[in-house]
Design a protein around this ligand. Sequence first.
Ligand code: ZN
Length: 288
Amino acid sequence: MERLYPPETASSWDRVGLVSGDPDQLISLVHFAVDPTLAVIDEARAAGADLLVTHHPLLLRGVHSVATTSAKGASVASLIVNDIALYVAHTNADVASPGVCDALADACGLVDVGALEVVDGLPHGRVGSLAGSLTLREFVERLHSVLPKAAGGIRVAGPADARVSRVAVVGGAGDGMFDAVRASGADVYVTADLRHHAALEAREEARGGTPYLVDAGHWATEWMWLHGARSELLRELAGRGTSLSTYISTLRTDPWDFVIGGSSGVSSGDDLNIDTSESSSDSARDKT
Ligand SMILES: [Zn+2]
């Protein structure tokens, strides 16, 4: 794993590598997941895993207790009691080639893929082209068909019938990379965790044009990498004449469970369905 995702390429604030477990313990089943939640740890235990590989760290901030009274403490306890080592490849997997962003670029169907931006010699994000041009709606429907389904679906900013062919991608939270996206000439930016101000300002800068925005969900955009990580690990091991059993978690760790009032085509001029008038209720009734 350290050969595939060198720990020194992780961001300085990140905490990657072995979180629990003994480097000398024998392992035969490796379980891959995006998040080391209690449910994922239970899933790994039930599967008989010896090693859980996750993208997101379990412990990122200062820890003063691992008592089971907190979820983090209960997670650490469960890992140790069940003899499951935890290994994290996070921002070092984001900048790896192939890494998290390559998996998302593949899911988007991109060819001629290159770095969206190079920082300290490491590629951040990817930009590439679709084999042919699609409408924005066709592109996102195609992406939706290959990403794991989350309750929130995929949010899109831009006209559904606009033709798109050049696509920038950043798996996980990507609203800090708009300058690089604009510089890349991308028609569409596929990422996640797009906050109101960052996304709205990007749309304002675009004056309604490109780059259109696609918020495909943090968990979904990073889950695609698990397959790549597994095959890269197995390839590394095969090179050393060994192998392991593997399992990719099917638990959805996207935190949202349902959506009310989503739309497949709301426009900015549509009725808010709320009475925003200050006049009498009679005139409000007249309007509706
Ligand atoms: Zn992430």
